[in-house]
Design a protein around this ligand. Structure first.
Ligand code: NDP
Length: 291
């Protein structure tokens, strides 16, 4: 039996349409245009593609898009001064600093310079604290996208065993917080975990956020489990490159449902960024937040 493919592309498109409708409503009823500012430091090729896509999709949703590009020779103080200007700018409701930053910069200091109410990536320490205490927070986009796909597929997640492979601040840890709040029983695995295959075999929901192509094998998966593959790995093959996930594609023979790469979690991330920008805008203006 082959797993159901969870179509993140279609879900993301639906989410972006909902956001566009809300943006149009905000403009018409309140004369407000949500604005997203993206800061890119340096020339990282993957980051340049992400930033370009974010700009295109922001504008397509009817929002204002502000792009700020700094050379990789920029000083940390220059980035923080720019963030402070954007914090004070009423036309900017969301600020995103594209990661990774050049090695001479302190990523935490820069992220924590963003006004938490404009922190649409949800990486500011205040939002991390709010999320981990179950309070209203800005939720990191990739885990939020995974949660939306899981809720759409399962309905209630109550009582399910979730195993998350990866403990990064941007995916693994916030994913765990969201699933705990959704009443899953959550285990986080990492590079020092013992007998990872056995642990994974206990999961009703298995989330792979590792950055290792095809690491999760078909026999690591409980028959019928839902597998969310967050990994985006570029591999070179026969002189061309392609994207693959952290899960071996043959896992579809064992899983009940699985997200493909590409076309699974990836498109959800930008859609959730737009949704977070809309949410930030509504909160700033004291308006009802979209559901
Ligand atoms: P990080 O490198 O920050 O974290 C990777 C995690 O995987 C770490 O916790 C690490 O453990 C763990 N790990 C590494 N090797 C193993 C192993 N052999 N066994 C078990 N655990 C292991 O990565 P990110 O969280 O930033 O990203 C993970 C993946 O998700 C990447 O492929 C990335 O490209 C992708 N990604 C996709 C996004 C999307 O939009 N779909 C957005 C963000 C990321 P330890 O902590 O012990 O080192």
């Amino acid at each position: 039996m082959s797993a159901k493919m969870i179509d993140g592309r279609a879900f993301a498109e639906m989410l972006r349409e909902q956001v566009s409708l809300e943006v149009a409503r905000l403009k018409e009823n309140h004369g407000i245009t949500p604005g997203l500012a993206v800061i890119l430091v340096g020339q990282n090729p993957a980051s340049q593609i992400y930033v370009r896509n974010k700009g295109i999709q922001t504008k397509a949703a009817g929002m204002a898009s502000f792009e700020h590009r700094l050379p990789d020779t920029a000083r940390q103080a220059d980035v923080i001064a720019l963030i402070e200007r954007l914090n004070a700018d009423p036309t900017v409701h969301g600020i995103l600093v594209q990661l990774p930053l050049p090695g001479h910069m302190n990523t935490e200091a820069i992220i924590n310079a963003v006004d938490p109410s404009k922190d649409v990536d949800g990486f500011h320490i205040s939002n991390v604290g709010l999320l981990s205490t179950g309070q209203k927070a800005m939720v990191p986009c990739t885990p939020l996208g995974c949660l939306l796909l899981l809720r759409d597929h399962h309905g209630s997640l109550t009582g399910l065993n979730a195993v998350i492979v990866g403990r990064s601040n941007i995916v693994g840890k916030p994913m765990a917080q969201l699933l705990i709040t959704a009443d899953c029983t959550v285990t986080i695995a990492h590079s020092r975990t013992r007998d990872l295959p056995e642990l994974c075999r206990r999961a009703d929901i298995l989330i792979a956020a590792v950055g290792r192509p095809g690491m999760v094998k078909p026999d690591w998966i409980k028959p019928g489990a839902t597998v969310i593959d967050v990994g985006i790995n570029r591999i070179e093959e026969a002189s061309r490159s392609r994207l693959v996930g952290d899960v071996d594609p043959n896992a579809a023979q064992t899983a009940g449902a699985i997200t493909p790469v590409p076309g699974g979690v990836g498109p959800m991330t930008i859609a959730c960024l737009l949704a977070n920008t809309l949410t930030a805008c509504c909160r700033t203006h004291g308006l009802r937040e979209p559901d």
